[in-house]
Structure formats: structure tokens, C-alpha cells
Design a protein around this ligand. Structure first.
Ligand code: RIB
Ligand code: NA
Length: 312
């Protein structure tokens, strides 16, 4: 029996998220008044998968949630977004993971995640998803599951010539060197780049420098995202890193903007394989710019029908 071929597979975390909007982020020991509260669907990999699906990619999520209320809800959310749940497992061994997000008036955020069931995603589950991973056009991974599982998935993809996008988030200082070699596109933000290289990143020049540093570790290409400034793209085929600027918008909530960017990027990699990476990044910047103008993560991610036709 021939199984379905998914264009984009995400081996990553699904995290229901509690979102609080407050004028500013509280300091340690402090209590402050906020003005809005809601529960949404998050987790970097799930967000990226949903954004790719909303742009028209056929996606599958390889993940673990608990056999509980949040897990049931999240499975429904995948179905609603057209993401395949053939490899989304509900386990009795752990509770569904969760994220707590506080967003301030300038749209910045602070996040605490508890991975929960996501940490139980291991080699056995990846083996079960082998047919999906090995035949996809692109695989996306992050670090909200066990890093060994992420690396294993990336290697499975590489062995089968599947394009890999790796988002080292949340970043860890002692990232295994094989992650770089297993990444066709290594995509991180400024703070993640800082943590990984030990070099400060506060300007485009800095981002270019760390981009080249990361590239030397063995990645195919590196994208360092810089929020309102856009992103810096470094490729081994080009001599100089290139700033890909974005449009200026009024940010309401930047949570998940990086995920919107990566989901869109995955869509372009899968559907426009001959497009220049800089052009993909330029378009993904514009998709992410839509997301920051609305509250929440997935709640703010645009659908294909909401985006200008020239992005397709
Ligand atoms: O990148 C934003 C995401 O990080 C949120 O959705 C939250 O769940 C955390 O995983
Ligand atoms: Na948003």
C-alpha cells in the first residue's frame, strides 16, 4: 500500500499556550495588572507546520501530546488546519506540554515552556514516521523536543535527500556539532545566534558575522532573523552575507513571528525549489509581517487567501 506523501513534515512540539497581555513584563517577585487573557495553540514546530499548511503546503506533524483535555484540543486544532495527525501520538505517560506567554505593549514577549509529553517523542515514533519523513520535500525541526530526537529526524531526512530547515530554538549552549551539518537551512534569531556563537548580535554587521560563523560549522545556508529589520542570509555559494529587509508595520504581538517566517520559508522551499533563498526570505518576511499585526501566534498567521497574489 502506497502511503500519502506530505510536502512538509515537522518533528516537533505542540504546546497549548496561555497568553497574557500586560503593559510591561513583570520583574522577579512582582505582581502587575494585565488586560487580556486567552488560551491558544503554540509550540514552535506546530506553529511552523500550521503556517506552511495555511499557505497551501500538505503538512504532517510528528509529535506527542497527552491523553488529556489539552491534547484532545490540540489534535482538533491540527485537523482544523489541515495538518495530518497520522503521526501525532496521544500518550498516557505524560501530560500535554504547555507554554506561558506574557506580551507587553510594544509587542515583545517572555515565554516559559514545559515540554511535557513532547519530550517522549523518540526514535521509535520517528521510525514509525519514516515513510513520511523520507519522502517529504522538506523537514522542519526545533529544540522543544529532546535534542537527540531532533537530530535523529534531521539525519533521517538528510539520508533521503529531504531538505532540512533547523530552528535551534530555544537555543542551547552546547548544541551538538552534527546539527549544523544536518541543516540545509539553519534559521535562528539574534538571541539564539548570540547564545550559539558567544558573539554579541545587535546590528546587521553582527548578524552577518555570526551568520558566517554558523555557516562555517557546516550548514548549507544560515538565516539570522532580526525582527523589524528583516533577516540576514548567508550562503556558501555567495561571498557576502545579504540583508533582506522587511516592511515597517505596527507590531501588536511578535510572538511566533519567527515561526510564521519559518513556516512560510518551508512552503517556498517545498513548492518553489528553484527560487533563490533570498527571494524566499523576502517573501517569508512579508508573511511574518502580517502575523505581528495581530494578537497571538497561530491566531495571527495569515492564510493564502489573505496574502497578496505576488507572494505565490
Ligand atoms: O515561538 C513562539 C512559540 O514558542 C509559542 O507558540 C510558544 O508556545 C513557544 O513554544
Ligand atoms: Na502575532
Amino acid at each position: 500500500k502506497r502511503s500519502i506523501i506530505w510536502v512538509c513534515v515537522s518533528c516537533s512540539a505542540a504546546l497549548p499556550s496561555v497568553l497574557l497581555q500586560a503593559p510591561r513584563l513583570p520583574k522577579a517577585g512582582e505582581t502587575i495588572h494585565g488586560y487580556k487573557f486567552f488560551i491558544g495553540f503554540g509550540g514552535k514546530g506546530a506553529n511552523q507546520c500550521v503556517q506552511a499548511a495555511r499557505m497551501g503546503a500538505k503538512t504532517a506533524m510528528v509529535c506527542q501530546v497527552g491523553k488529556d483535555f489539552f491534547g484532545d484540543n490540540y489534535i482538533q486544532n491540527f485537523k482544523k488546519n489541515g495538518v495530518s495527525i497520522a503521526f501525532a501520538k496521544q500518550t498516557e505517560k505524560a501530560a500535554t506540554g504547555a507554554a506561558s506567554i506574557i506580551v507587553n505593549d510594544t509587542g515583545e514577549n517572555a515565554i516559559v515552556i514545559v515540554a511535557g509529553a513532547n519530550m517522549l517523542l523518540g526514535q521509535q515514533e520517528l521510525q514509525h514516521a519514516q515513510s513520511a519523513i523520507s519522502r517529504a520535500k522538506v523537514l522542519i525541526c526545533q529544540l522543544e523536543i529532546n535534542p537527540d530526537a531532533s537530530l535523529h529526524a534531521l539525519r533521517m531526512a538528510k539520508e533521503n535527500h529531504v531538505k532540512t530547515i533547523f530552528n535551534p530554538a530555544p537555543a542551547i549552549v552546547d548544541l551538538h556539532s552534527d546539527f549544523y551539518k544536518a541543516s540545509d537551512i539553519f534559521c535562528c534569531n539574534e538571541s539564539e545566534a548570540e547564545l550559539l556563537t558567544g558573539m554579541p548580535v545587535s546590528s546587521v554587521e553582527d548578524a552577518s558575522r555570526v551568520g558566517l560563523d554558523l555557516l562555517q560549522k557546516g550548514c548549507g545556508s544560515v538565516i539570522v532573523s532580526m525582527g523589524p529589520q528583516g533577516c540576514v542570509v548567508c550562503q556558501s555559494i555567495n561571498v557576502a552575507p545579504k540583508l533582506v529587509p522587511t516592511i515597517t508595520v505596527t507590531a501588536v504581538d511578535t510572538t511566533g513571528a519567527g515561526d510564521s517566517f519559518i513556516g512560510a520559508l518551508a512552503f517556498y522551499v517545498a513548492h518553489y525549489p528553484t527560487m533563490q533563498l533570498e527571494e524566499m526570505a523576502r517573501r517569508a518576511n512579508l508573511v511574518a509581517a502580517v502575523s505581528v499585526q495581530n494578537v497571538g501566534t497561530q491566531t495571527s498567521f495569515p492564510f493564502r487567501k489573505d496574502l497578496p497574489a505576488e507572494l505565490f
